[in-house]
Design a protein around this ligand. Sequence first.
Ligand code: AMP
Ligand code: ZN
Length: 115
Amino acid sequence: MLDCIFCKIANKETKSTIVYEDDMVIAIRDLDPKAPEHVLIIPKKHIASINEFKAEDKDLAAHILVDVVPKIANDLKIAESGYRVVINTGEDGGQTVHHLHVHILGGRSMTWPPG
Ligand code: AMP
Ligand code: ZN
């Protein structure tokens, strides 16, 4: 999608620090990390938010949760200590980039409830 920062990152038109990539997703370091480890998993396909998931995206959603999140947590060495997986959605959810992305945050103890 034109003028979407995460499409540009997925297409390598904008620089990012890539930690993982396959045919469905790219995972990068967050530019403004909220924890010692803060990675964003970004589908290569433009999906605005979790509200726009279609039936055809089930493989992608499962791939992210079943394969990519645990692999990155292992690679970052936060699988054992624990981490948080977040998908901010819409205005009340605090979503600022309107291309679906999954945050992985770790390396410190998280508080609950979130702000
Ligand atoms: P959200 O508030 O869930 O939409 O999160 C958007 C995240 O994207 C924030 O944590 C930003 O710091 C991060 N972000 C925005 N632009 C970039 C970029 N060019 N490279 C890496 N992370 C970014
Ligand atoms: Zn996009």
